[in-house]
Design a protein around this ligand. Structure first.
Ligand SMILES: Nc1ncnc2c1ncn2[C@@H]1O[C@H](COP(=O)(O)OP(=O)(O)OP(=O)(O)O)[C@@H](O)[C@H]1O
Length: 478
């Protein structure tokens, strides 16, 4: 190779005059310092920027050995080791400190052909400034990433889901398994049971957690807008369409999770389109003929009975089977009353911090009323009731008076005991009702008899008969 690079007069073909003048024409106008040295470390080409930087005219440098120009030069070491030095800090003989590259170029036998060098930053300060700017940009970017995650992303994790009842443990266990997969998840449960909380937690515990979590409430968007909301639209797709078009929620959720809440309310036309998207894994924005690939995990939720909707022909069966790969049923609050103590404890702390009032506990009587209520609005309703109570409370403890009447009055217990003679059942229910009325009125027999619609003497007589005493049955509030 070496011979091939030299002609029969021993002239180096690689660095013939034509080639060098070509290199100069290319590199001279460029304001970046560039040098080419031959295998004996003699300068073959140096551009104007570099010569100026070193403070010599070009003709003084060309043909000289690099060590004669700059006694600190490392080219002899680079050729000896045959290894490039990338982004090295170098102090030139003239005192300039810079960041440089020195790259040895080898032939197919591993012999040195020539060396290519360049100055990346002409002074180290400039390099430091860029590193500092980059660090600042990274920090700023990180801040905005986190902000975006806070505003748009999934806020809750499994730790935020309160409940240790058997049913809740089952639901959480299943959701944790679902988080480890990419399968579609269908969350079923009454309104306010925590379906959205579960969707956040599944996203946050899975491999897509660093990507967006996008929620769409299918019932809240008018059916004629749902398609463009989900799949986006092209400019001019319809009157009123934004200039430049708009990205749909599926595209925004790319690589992350899309949570379609109230899926049972999705119009039939959209059900067909959604099914196609799930099958093809691509979307077609409204007004476009081109499709876009998407990689999105799907979580859906509804408080409706989807199977019933399928039977009635109001929900597509094929879509239903696509959605319910993993179905998680979230129990209503009335089926997990054992979770109420902990829920109240955590919610009181959270709400009182938010509303800025020092309320830390709840009396036993108030807690009993809460436990015996049916909570059709589930945890959301409990949150609202506690918030109202915290605002009304005149002490650091929520008491019965702070609870809304409808909870106290509509609290009709049903008989849950074994089947036995009616007389015994009536007596049991009667006894329970009297205890409750006395609890509610804090032992005031006159008010209790009014609430029960019986005379005071009748109340005394029944208390006597059932062995009810204020001391025994009305434990002082906790
Ligand atoms: N297990 C729980 N632990 C703590 N907070 C809960 C729990 N379940 C629900 N919540 C709270 O109750 C409120 C309602 O929850 P969420 O919105 O997740 O319910 P949902 O089932 O999605 O309701 P909807 O069907 O009406 O959309 C939220 O403020 C949520 O934080």
């Amino acid at each position: 190779m070496q011979e091939a690079l030299e002609d029969n007069r021993g002239e180096n073909l690689l660095f013939n005059n034509y080639f060098i003048s070509m290199m100069e024409r290319i590199f001279d106008p460029i304001p970046i310092c560039i040098i080419v040295v031959d295998k004996d470390t003699r300068v073959k080409m140096i551009n104007k920027a570099f010569a100026d930087y070193l403070g010599f005219p070009k003709h003084r440098i060309i043909g000289e050995k690099v060590l004669d120009i700059d006694k600190n030069s490392r080219w002899p070491y680079v050729f000896q080791k045959k290894q490039a030095e990338i982004a090295w800090k170098h102090t030139f003989e003239n005192g300039h400190t810079a960041i440089v590259h020195r790259i040895p170029v080898l032939d197919e036998h591993g012999d040195i052909l020539y060396g290519f060098g360049m100055v990346l930053f002409e002074d180290v300060e400039q390099f430091r400034e860029i590193v500092e700017k980059n660090r600042l940009l990274e920090t700023t970017l990180d801040y905005y990433r986190k902000e975006l995650q806070r505003i748009k992303g999934a806020k809750y994790s499994f730790n935020c889901i309160i409940g240790n009842s058997t049913k809740m443990k089952e639901a959480k266990g299943l959701a944790q398994k679902a988080a480890a997969t990419d399968s579609n998840v269908l969350l079923l449960g009454e309104s306010g049971t925590g379906k959205e909380l579960f969707a956040h937690a599944i996203h946050n515990a899975g491999g897509r957690r660093f990507y967006p979590f996008i929620k769409v409430n299918c019932a809240a968007i008018p059916s004629e807008l749902l398609e463009s909301e989900l799949f986006g639209y092209e400019e001019g797709a319809f009157t009123g369409a934004k200039k430049g078009g708009k990205a749909g929620k599926f595209l925004l959720a790319n690589k992350g999770t899309i949570f379609l809440d109230e899926i049972g309310d999705m119009p039939e036309k959209m059900q067909a389109k959604l099914l196609r998207v799930l099958q093809e894994k691509e979307i077609e924005p409204v007004g476009s003929t081109e499709t876009k690939n998407i990689d999105v995990r799907l979580i859906t939720a509804t408080n409706k009975n989807l199977e019933e909707l399928v039977e009635k022909g109001q929900f597509r069966e094929d879509l239903y089977y696509r959605l319910n790969v993993l179905t998680i049923k979230i129990p209503p609050l009335r089926e997990r009353t054992e979770d109420i103590d902990h829920l109240c404890e955590v919610l009181i702390k959270k709400i009182s911090e938010r509303v800025g009032k020092y309320v830390t506990k709840i009396s036993k009587n108030a807690l009993d009323i809460i436990k015996s209520y049916k909570w059709p609005g589930n945890v959301r309703q409990l949150e609202n009731v506690l918030e109202r109570a915290i605002i009304l409370s005149n002490s650091c403890m929520i008491d019965c008076d702070d609870l809304p009447d409808y909870i106290k009055l509509k609290d009709k217990r049903t008989y849950n005991g074994p089947i036995k003679p009616m007389k015994d059942i009536i007596e049991e229910v009667e006894k329970e009702a009297i205890i409750k009325a006395l609890e509610y009125t804090k032992g005031n027999k006159f008010t209790a008899s009014k609430l029960l619609g019986i005379s005071r003497s009748s109340l005394y007589e029944k208390m006597n008969r059932y062995g009810i005493s204020i001391q025994k049955h009305l434990v002082s509030p906790s």
